[in-house]
Design a binder for this molecule. Sequence first.
Ligand SMILES: [Zn+2]
Length: 633
Amino acid sequence: MTSSKIQSTHCGRMAFVYVRQSTWLQVKENRESTERQYNLRERAIELGWPASRVEVIDEDQGRSGSTADYRTGFQRLAAEVGSGNVGIVLMLEASRLARNNSDWYRLIEICGISGTLIADESAVYNPREPNDRLLLGVKGTLSEAELFTLRTRLYEGRWNKARKGLLSFALPVGYVRGADGGWAQDPDTQVRERLDYVFNSFRRHRVVRAVVRDLRGQGLELPTRVCCAKEGYGSLVWKAPTLGAVFRILHNPAYAGAYVYGRWEYPGERRSPKTGKAIAHVRSMAQWPVKITEHHAAYISWEEFVKNQDQLRQNTNDEWSRGVAREGSALLQGIAYCGICGRKMSVQNRAAKERRSPTYLCGRGYHEGDEKICQSMVSRPVDAVVVKAFLSAVSPMSLGVAARVLDQVEGDLIVQRRQRDLQLEQARYEARLAERQYDAVDPSNRLVAGELERRWNEKLERVAQLERAYAQAEQESAWSLTPEERAAITGLSQDLPAIWSAETTTNQERKQLLRMAVESVQLDGISQAGQIEVQIHWRSGTVTSVSVKRPAPGEGSLKTPDEAVSKIHEMAPRSGYEEIAARLNRTGLRSAFGRRFTTQHVGYICRRDGLAPGQRHSGSKPKKNSPKGSTRS
Ligand SMILES: [Zn+2]
């Protein structure tokens, strides 16, 4: 693909491999990187240069790259290129040739004049082609971020090792490293048997939660390796079984005898609100970059492992809503985050017959095996306040928002255009660059637009117009909005409230609309008693904070047990609140929250149910209860 750029005029000249580590530390600690650099020699030969005309320049090993002045290797390279002797320059990550931009651009310039190609491990660039120049220019800009480059290099080094199955990571429990460095099953019979038990139990129950119940019922603990403490690192400990632990065992392909690397990717699009770290995405099995089956002794067959993954995926779909917008009335499904611990909140839908609104739930504690969860709240009031904020943000009054939408669309177009250019050469690398360069523009917005086009064709025809405008832009490479299109978008934002409340609009569609404007919503139902703090993070980057009253118990979720209520009804005509409370507590009855009854509880029920207020005062304090009570009778 890339080699079509290589002409015989190039092969007739020299190929230079430019090898450089920027500090002595990297030379010492990063042999893998050095090895990769020397591999470029092989690449030059593969690309068609005879070995005799491939030269490696490594005089700059161990010198800092911030300026070319003291780097004779770089200067020699520049001189050779300038004299037209060089057909191609190969290096790792084109950007690392020189971190000083003026040096770098000069070299691209010289390469362009002398018709020299530039290549790295994955691509060949012709500096005479505008697209390639753009890509190289971007790389040069990026290279200023030394940390980034360094990290990438370390990262690629890891991959190089992993591809050979040699990168060693902490082995999952149940395996130990043999004398030859290979994987062996743990000689500890109990460990092996316990793992077998887990797989067996899942074979029977097909549900992780049931496996945990099974283990707990049997009083069985799970083996685990100490991995975050210095003390006793790698040693074996037994812990109470948790959902997370069983999930990890069932998901881990190592138990099916496979050496897998890269199950997770860290695209950096989403970051944890708490730690700022990139949130990992699980790659699907088909996308695992390194997979060596029958690498070591297995606990289950590969076939069973694959089957288990299907089952787990299915269970997940049944149990927890996340990812795509679904039917269901909890509108923040998939974009609600816990304001306490930062995790994504799941939605718990009530059975239809309960006729209660769904609940947002942060299952942190639960997943870790506690009896209680981190926090939960009824979705209805939270949804209402977010929707209100959303609709007022896009109402006809807020022309500013419409303008921002326009800006965003134009920003998207620029990104698209750029991406089309870059994709020609290196789709993978391009994604990273675009992300860094256009951090402010969220590419997933485009996906939302695509979704809308597909499902909203009749209603949002104007969005489709926009799509066509994109396609047109691609043809003509002119990509500014026409006045008509501008008007169309403004119109769309004005119609939103009507579309929103239309009967024909499904909840799924409402969610999609909401996600157009809202990046995420953080919910904190703990910090303020009786209140839920709602933080709406708009895609525009602004944040709106609102507070909403938590529905009182009885309004939605919890109810005083019927038995206690009827007791109160029975006693109220004759007894005071204190007496009633004492009686209820003696009989072992508890409030909706499982607490002992107080006079306040009893008073609340009496007022709520309009119980004969005139005769109740033998034990209670009349001042608190009289105003409402006495007006009623
Ligand atoms: Zn939480």
